[in-house]
Design a protein around this ligand. Structure first.
Ligand SMILES: Cc1cc2nc3c(=O)[nH]c(=O)nc-3n(C[C@H](O)[C@H](O)[C@H](O)COP(=O)(O)OP(=O)(O)OC[C@H]3O[C@@H](n4cnc5c(N)ncnc54)[C@H](O)[C@@H]3O)c2cc1C
Length: 373
């Protein structure tokens, strides 16, 4: 009989793990309460190679995570599912500080040696930039990175869940709690306590709340992120690269003339999901300063989500200490759409007792999940 796996949380991590487990012949039951999900609110930039962060383990995770998208898209495609939620459209970096563009250029060239997916790296003069994104205000220079991509997190998650359900999966929209006694570790559902061969807790920023009843303390906090979805009347926008100016906002063009402006990083607002005009209005102002025609766009949506952060900003995944059949991942922060599919895939590999491409010790849960004495 196929092994039965519960996946709690259907964001990018849980949805990817569900897809690969169902694809491998496991019977997967997915639970999600659907509140505050980071994945559905996310902007969708996949371009980790230009970061100044010096943490090598983090860089390896996000760099391999960006590369993993090719495998994921190829697997979905061969299973007959759409792959248009992800597009390698390139990234444009803007910066007014003297030397900034050259500095990012040099870092990208160095990193391309180990990450060929970065592709074309080119400093653009003002006219060339205007040729790529005509509505942008004139800029002296910018950097184009061909391998940069954008992903619609919500759309990708829906496809992954659909794919998982097409194999052997089912999904329940409900809040789950966990309990443990001498005999069993159980998932408490609306239909009572159920035991599974393994459980994946892919609950993002809500991991402390999920594990606290079992006697664990988790080093994860919530960070509020807000963004604006603008509707333009420019169908060409979908072909523009992602624009990453220095500072808080980024601009992501999507199909149908949609442009995402985001995202805020609010450490003092935790799990709050209320749109806040005092944050959103200045973000819109910054976007219009770069692309003046955006002042004519309609505000189609405001999205608010909760990112998960650890105290050292590093993600983790693996088994919960002392609970061998319970796997988890959290702390993916602001690059979780980049690393999330690879982490979900790695959890699915671990359940199948297969080797992962990452060194699991580098992302150990032991540093972040402790049993309360
Ligand atoms: C505004 C914003 C912009 C972002 N932009 C980017 C970006 O450009 N690039 C990038 O790489 N990353 C970005 N991120 C980060 C990325 O979205 C997240 O790190 C990633 O999506 C986290 O995925 P996850 O699966 O771990 O968690 P989530 O997507 O948060 O999923 C967790 C799920 O668990 C469910 N859940 C929780 N508790 C329970 C329970 N007890 N029972 C049932 N269900 C439960 C929740 O409802 C939720 O659906 C952004 C995030 C935000 C908020």
């Amino acid at each position: 009989m196929a092994k039965e796996i519960a996946v709690v949380g259907a964001g990018i991590v849980g949805a990817t793990a569900s897809y690969y487990l169902a694809r491998a012949g496991y019977q997967v039951t997915i639970f999600d309460e659907g509140i505050g999900q980071a994945t559905a609110a996310a902007a969708g930039i996949i371009c980790p190679w230009l970061s100044r962060r010096r943490n090598k383990k983090w860089y390896r995770l996000v760099s391999e995570g960006a590369a993993f998208y090719r495998q994921l898209m190829s697997d979905l495609d061969s299973d007959g599912f759409p792959t248009d939620a992800y597009k390698q459209c390139g990234t444009i970096i803007l910066g007014n500080k003297p030397g900034y563009i050259q500095e990012v250029h040099d870092r990208a060239v160095e990193r391309r040696k180990a990450a060929p997916m970065i592709g074309t790296i080119k400093i653009l003069a003002g006219e060339e930039l205007k040729g790529i994104i005509p509505p942008l205000v004139p800029m002296d220079n910018a950097l184009f990175v061909g391998g940069g991509a954008r992903v619609d997190g919500q759309a990708l998650t829906q496809v992954l869940l659909q794919a998982a359900l097409s194999f052997d999966g089912c999904i329940h929209n409900e809040h789950i709690t966990l309990s443990k006694n001498k005999e069993a570790f159980s998932v408490n559902t609306l239909n009572g306590a159920v035991s599974f061969d393994a459980v994946i807790l892919a609950v993002g920023a809500w991991l402390p709340q999920a594990l606290e009843p079992l006697g664990y303390t988790v080093d994860v906090r919530g960070q509020k992120g807000q963004l604006l979805v603008l509707q333009t009347d420019s169908p060409d926008a979908k072909d523009y690269p992602v624009v990453m100016p220095q500072g808080e906002i980024d601009l992501l063009p999507f199909e149908g003339g949609r442009v995402i402006v985001g995202a805020s990083h609010e450490n003092d607002k935790g799990y709050d999901l209320e749109p806040d005009p005092s944050i959103l209005t200045p973000m819109l102002g910054q976007a219009i300063a770069l692309i003046p025609s955006l002042k004519n766009a309609d505000l189609a949506d405001v999205r608010v989500g909760t990112r998960a952060y650890t105290s050292d900003f590093s993600p983790f995944f693996g088994t919960v200490p002392g609970l061998e059949q319970c796997y988890t991942a959290s702390g993916l922060g602001s690059s979780g759409l980049t690393s999330g599919p690879l982490i979900g895939y790695s959890l699915a590999q671990m359940i199948q007792s297969k080797q992962t491409s990452l060194d699991e010790a580098d992302y150990s849960t032991n540093h972040y999940i402790t049993q309360t004495p």
